[in-house]
Design a binder for this molecule. Sequence first.
Ligand code: PMP
Length: 435
Amino acid sequence: MNAHPKMPNSHSQALAKRAGQVIPGGVNSATRRLARPYSWDWAEGAYIRDVDGNTYLDYHAAFGPILLGHNHPGVNAAVAEALHGVDMVGVGVTEAEIRLAEKVVEHVPSAEMALTFSSGSEATYMAVRLARGVTGRSKLIKFQGTFHGWHDYLLMNIISSPEKIGQKDPGSAGQLQDAIDNTIVVRFNDLDAVEAAIAAHPGEIAAIFLEAIPHNIGCVLPRQDFVEGLRRLCDEHGIVLVFDEVITGFRHGLGGYQAKLGVKPDLTTMAKAIANGYPCAVVAGRRDLMMQFSTAPGGKVFVGGTYNGHPVGTAAALATIAALEDGSVYERTFRLGERMRTGLQEIADRLGIAMISAGYGSVFTPYFMDGTVERYEDLLRNDTARDVGFRSAMIEHGIFMLPLAIKRNHISAAHSEADVERTLDVAETVLKTMR
Ligand code: PMP
């Protein structure tokens, strides 16, 4: 199906057909399958091009990793350089791995030690196991609307339909019932609900998992008193507080969103923007907890992984962090993000369109609704058809925003002022047709 008649996509369609013969659904991750098939052959800076020659200004950023811009020369050079030395031996440690852990400890306020993995899901999985291992407890608390990766433990109640809210809403067939039973889902930004959940399961909660900003539903900011309350409750009840900063880590500052909140979790998971598109993820946190991983002598919480600390991801992360350290990327992307958010809001208000221009830093998400957003439940008022319609029309004008409702958009250091102004001009043209 060609959802955008003005843009050719016969080559993408042919590849999708071929892919479908040998790859289930023709894609390697579920959310990559869209109504219109895409295949890409070039990406640089803020731009991506499909195999039919359509070039787009990219705000999808590969679900978030691309913070410096696509194909960043410094990061690519560091990766190439890393491969001139040793590829992988798989015992001991490389100096690059040490430097990466040192950088995480230097920048992330709660990080005293760090372990490196390849993906965010591995990091959150290991944080779950560590929390259970050190507390001897089984239950986890997560919030409605948050996503923490593909494993059984936390894959539930993300984009729930209204009738599923307040119930267990598992994300996949084949999930272990025990994992579902042991995960308690609570309303976001509702400290009383967290307190009630803890009281209902005295001495049983191992960890509370918080997406530092729930960006898997766009951008819903945590209230400061909510996060401080979580910290207090975890201290009172011996619960491990985990900030999942897989999206927010390094994107919202070298110290992640915890630096802005001024609240220290016990463990933090990071991935995506730490390595600008290369596979790298980190679990970092309190020394006494981290020393319980079996990489340390006497540590009882098993951790392994052939590709942990892989030279490619590690070199990419070191080069990415080096490019972020003078702060100019944050100054620029936050400024452009602010311009985008206020610009979109101003256009919608002027045209009388119900829209909330949400976001933080380099992230922006227009919700097609009135009022305020404090939690996932509020987003049930979002007009999905208008949201997806807006995004699809933007794509037709050469501006790529994932054509799914309540998904976040990302600005990179490669986006220019002119790119943002052009985006706002196109948005105005599109929104005018939606009055
Ligand atoms: N946590 C959060 C907050 C995420 O957004 C994601 C991925 N979107 C993950 C964990 C899982 O990361 P990965 O896809 O690298 O396994």
